[in-house]
Design a protein around this ligand. Structure first.
Ligand code: GLN
Length: 253
């Protein structure tokens, strides 16, 4: 009788412990937080698809650093740039790390981290074509841009009555159009123009740089202040410890 009671007590305690552990690791503070990052993986060296199929780049390393700091499991979703903010709002992703410029229009629908990179707009043309040294050189040309970007906005505001502007969801489609002669120039963030001009012999960067003075931020849903605070703390830590400079050397050196 005594042994039986003892056995029952032991079983009850064991079951309780098991339930507690299951709760702790699946639902409680020990649960792994999964953070889904959205990016448009056509923007080297910020984010692009490596030969082995994995998505790599400066932004990916930044997101990995943030996730590691808090023990989050990082997942990456590749979405055409113009679809990133809708995906964030639809909760398909939790943050956008995509060389996204902080703009007042975007700030109406998302919250941005502290800025982590500065950029302007560059212009790609086919190798062997006359250089573009001023805005007037663009007039009358067919201009490609990526849909939903600040480059597209700039072109619409400054060239709409002078040029035909063609928007492409993906940068690699715009590059193909440029090489095929379907467009004459491609406007995109200068660091990415630099990358493509160095890695693709068929295209060069024009000397005219459109000084837009943009700053990139990580976007989250509005009101997610705890999450954003953690992202900002991790970014600050990267700046202070020199890890940020290491990443700059790795991807832009
Ligand atoms: N920085 C630009 C923007 O925010 C382009 C970003 C991109 O194409 N990934 O619109």
């Amino acid at each position: 009788m005594k042994v039986k009671t003892l056995a029952i007590i032991v079983i009850i305690i064991a079951a309780g412990l098991a339930a507690g552990l299951i709760w702790y690791f699946y639902f409680g503070p020990g649960a792994k937080v999964v953070v889904v990052m959205g990016t448009s993986a056509d923007f080297p060296p910020f984010e692009y698809v490596a030969e082995n199929g994995s998505i790599i780049g400066f932004d990916i390393d930044i997101a990995k650093y943030i996730a590691n700091k808090y023990g989050w499991t990082l997942k990456i979703k590749d979405i055409a740039f113009e679809g990133l903010i809708p995906a964030l709002q639809a909760r398909e992703i939790d943050m956008i790390v995509a060389a996204m410029t902080i703009t007042s229009e975007r700030e109406e629908v998302v919250d941005f981290s502290i800025p982590y990179y500065n950029a302007s707009q560059g212009i790609l043309i086919r190798a062997g074509e006359p250089d573009i040294t001023k805005i007037e050189d663009l007039y009358g040309k067919k201009i490609g841009v990526q849909a939903g970007t600040t480059g597209e906005n700039w072109a619409q505001e400054n060239l709409a009555d002078k040029c035909e502007i063609i928007s492409y969801p993906r940068v690699y489609d715009a590059l193909m159009a440029l090489k095929a002669g379907y467009i004459d120039a491609l406007i995109l963030d200068e660091p990415v123009a630099n990358y493509y001009s160095k890695t693709d012999a068929e295209i060069v960067k024009a000397s005219y740089v459109i000084e837009t003075g943009e700053r990139y931020g990580i976007a989250v849903r509005q009101g997610e202040t705890d999450f954003l605070g953690k992202i900002n703390a991790a970014l600050r830590e990267m700046f202070e410890t020199g890890y940020y400079d290491q990443l700059i050397a790795k991807w832009f050196g």
